[in-house]
Design a protein around this ligand. Structure first.
Ligand code: ADP
Ligand code: ZN
Length: 699
């Protein structure tokens, strides 16, 4: 069976090897056992149920919560010649009937169904379908402990009872330990074997930037984008308004971007999403509503404009970058204001304690002074042995300093203002600002006024943030965010305890100018760009997402390998038999053109030569001097190409030049030989003879 699984992987998906865990999972499903798969986004979960589905008799039912995700997966399967369909509220009655008939006739290998539809059909036509297995995607939706609980999922355990003899496989990218156990329980899985892949997405770089003022942030974002021409990216924002603001700032700077949020009409949203996945639009500014359903594998960067609500969400969002495994960038901006807004959100609901706790963990991550990836993975219960080297902390480790005196200054100011001030006022007092609000309250008269004037506003923010995080200061969210001194804070103030904090990192502001210069593309990047445009054209014509045609990783490989035969093309990872048939010709054509354009002038001459065309004719054809053509042939000969120079010169002539060489002793100049022969030997013959001699000497 496994051997067949390998064959399917090659033929239908165009990949030569399984990723870690895939093989084991497939084996387990094929053994008719229940399976829980935890794999990060982009880890390759789909193949874990798609391949068994192809090997089993009957129709595999795939439960998926999102209509767009179903559509995407089904298109992707069909693009590889696999019979698949979906059944959800987006179908009209005629389409519905067709799908039902196909399922009953066994004319499908996979049928994607939304959970609410499943319960409706479970007691009707589904009974007439030979169901081979159930796959439950986004399985964390079944658990209250997850971050995306969906009540429709709760009924899935009934299905487990109803179909007691077919295997169930549940898959998720986001589940902490509690949620994991709950999934198995809620789904009623039997002796489920749990497969946990590493959640490490080492191709994603991680970066967090704190308290960057709005204007500077925009300008940083713009240079970031300008450094990544034509790359797909998403900027996540907390509010609709911000998505609009940033999109229009970008447009003002001649960067195409669209805002995406729930406030737009369904039509408009569909159009934006469509443009994004066909690579017609590179950048989207979005609320977290965006991306849930899309599988776009060539998102090259993800940015957060604000602090996310929890680590699960954050990890899922950044996980939308680099699903194809290529290096991708993530950057998160956050400030205290985000925290305040989110705190307010969190306190509104029933599940408030869970939300607040999750928010705190998020903040800890943002404030981290050790490897960020370690923190993320630890959150998902995974222990990364070594620092990752691909996060901002690893790349630029913070320096610790004794922050006791700084803390005492801040604490003292808070105390002298009767704990009535927030962070901004505190900094204004410490820096001795002549702000009107300071004066109206008479704070310019307290003893700590101006005591920290030597430290910039931004650095104070950095320090106070840390004091809040380590619990020296507390924020009273219910009292207009006033700062309060904790017990720990009192101990610091009265010199019973010391605090260690990290030094504020200065980000050079000069970088901006240098980096703004538009990036030059390398040869491979140019090739990639040609292929990307071809893909975009095909995507547009066929209304198919660009990445379903070929992933970026496949295009990258093509742009380096430049395959021009069918076999070479098939060898590219991600080129299946069907894709070769559908797109091979067009891509190979384009690659040939790339190759031709890159041919050096020598290679072009060589091509003519190989076709038996004489130097004279080549010279005419190429509109180049005959001497130039001979110099090409000489060079090619010297490099070892199969060229018969003796066709243009006689043995005696070569020997004459040989004699001349004894005297002149230089192979690099022609003129002395020309003079030596009193202008009777033409230059081209001298060149040919010298090349032959040089070659002999070399060997
Ligand atoms: P997930 O559902 O876990 O987020 P997908 O199943 O969408 O991930 O797979 C992510 C990407 O990895 C897809 O582009 C898929 O084609 C690719 N992929 C999956 N398995 C393999 C493999 N064995 N070799 C190469 N690429 C793979
Ligand atoms: Zn790191």
């Amino acid at each position: 069976m496994l051997q067949q699984a390998h064959k399917i992987l090659e033929k239908h998906f165009g990949y030569s090897t399984f990723r870690p865990q895939q093989e084991e999972v497939i084996q387990n499903v094929l053994n008719n056992k229940d399976t829980l798969v935890l794999m990060p986004t982009g880890g390759g979960k789909s193949i874990c149920f798609q391949i068994p589905a192809l090997l089993f008799d009957g129709v595999a039912i795939v439960i998926s919560p999102l209509i767009s995700l179903m559509k995407d997966q089904v298109e992707s399967l069909r693009a590889n010649g696999i019979k698949a369909a979906y059944y959800n509220s987006s179908l009209d009655p005629v389409q519905e009937r067709i799908v039902v008939q196909q399922a009953i006739d066994g004319d499908l290998k996979l049928l994607y169904v939304s959970p609410e539809r499943l319960f409706k059909i479970a007691n009707s036509w589904l009974k007439d379908v030979k169901v081979s297995m159930f796959a439950i995607d986004e399985a964390h939706c079944v658990s209250m402990w997850g971050h995306d609980f969906r009540p429709e999922y709760a009924q899935l355990s009934n299905i487990r009872k109803q179909y007691s003899s077919v295997p169930f496989i549940a898959l998720t990218a986001t589940a902490d330990k509690t949620t994991r156990k709950d999934i198995v329980k809620q789904l009623g899985m039997r002796k489920a074997v749990v497969y946990i892949s590493s959640f490490n997405r080492s191709n994603l770089s991680l970066e967090v930037r704190a308290n960057v003022p709005k204007k500077k942030k925009i300008s940083e974002i713009i240079s970031f984008i300008e450094n990544r021409p034509n790359q797909s990216g998403i900027i996540y924002c907390l509010s609709r308004k911000q998505t609009e603001e940033i999109a229009s700032e970008l447009k003002r700077n001649h960067i195409e971007a669209e805002a995406y949020h729930a406030g737009l009409s369904a039509d408009k949203r569909a159009r934006i999403q469509e443009d994004f996945i066909t690579d017609d639009l590179s950048i989207i500014t979005a609320t977290i509503a965006f991306g849930m359903g899309i599988d776009k594998s060539n998102v090259r960067w993800v940015m957060h404009n604000n602090l996310p609500k929890n680590i699960e969400g954050y990890y899922q969002e950044i996980g939308r970058a680099g699903r194809d495994g290529l290096p991708s960038t993530t950057r998160m901006y956050y400030n205290l204001r985000d925290l305040m807004v989110l705190k307010k959100f969190a306190t509104g609901s029933e599940q408030s304690p869970i939300y607040t706790e999750k928010l705190h963990r998020m903040l800890n991550y943002a404030e981290a002074s050790s490897c960020r990836r370690k923190i993320l993975l630890a959150y998902f219960g995974e222990d990364l042995k070594e620092d990752c080297g691909n996060c901002d902390v690893c790349k630029n480790p913070p320096q610790f300093l004794d922050g006791t005196i700084l803390a005492q200054k801040a604490l003292s100011a808070v105390r002298r203002t009767n704990e009535e001030i927030g962070v901004t006022m505190l900094i204004n007092i410490l820096r001795g600002s002549s702000n009107q609000e300071v004066y109206s309250k008479g704070y310019q008269n307290i003893k700590t006024y101006g005591i920290g004037a030597d430290i910039s506003f931004k650095d104070w923010q950095h320090y106070i943030n840390q004091l809040i995080n380590i619990g020296v200061l507390e924020i009273a969210y219910d009292e207009s965010f006033r700062l309060k001194i904790s017990n720990f804070g009192n101990e610091v103030l009265f010199r019973k305890r010391k605090v260690k904090i990290t030094r504020a990192i200065d980000r050079p502001t000069k970088v901006k100018k240098e980096k703004r210069a538009k990036k030059k593309l390398t040869k491979n990047e140019k090739n990639f760009e040609v292929l990307r445009l071809l893909r975009a054209k095909i995507a547009k014509e066929s209304g198919m997402p660009a990445y379903i045609i070929f992933h970026d990783s496949a295009l990258t490989e093509m742009s380096v390998e430049l395959p021009v035969t069918e076999n070479e093309f098939l060898a590219i990872q991600g080129v299946s038999q069907v894709k070769l048939e559908r797109y091979g010709e067009e891509f190979i054509e384009a690659i040939k053109e790339i190759k031709d354009a890159q041919m050096s002038t020598f290679e072009i001459t060589y091509r003519f030569y190989q076709q038996g065309i004489s130097p004279e004719q080549i010279s005419e054809e190429r509109e180049l001097n005959i001497a130039t053509i001979f110099s090409h042939l000489a060079k090619l000969y010297f490099e070892g190409k199969d060229i018969n120079l003796m066709a243009y010169i006689s043995e005696e002539e070569v020997n004459e030049v040989r004699k001349a060489y004894q005297e002149i002793n230089d192979l690099s100049v022609l003129k002395p030989y020309f003079d030596f022969f009193e202008e009777k030997m033409p230059y081209y013959k001298i060149r040919i003879a010298l090349t032959i001699i040089a070659k002999e000497l070399k060997e």
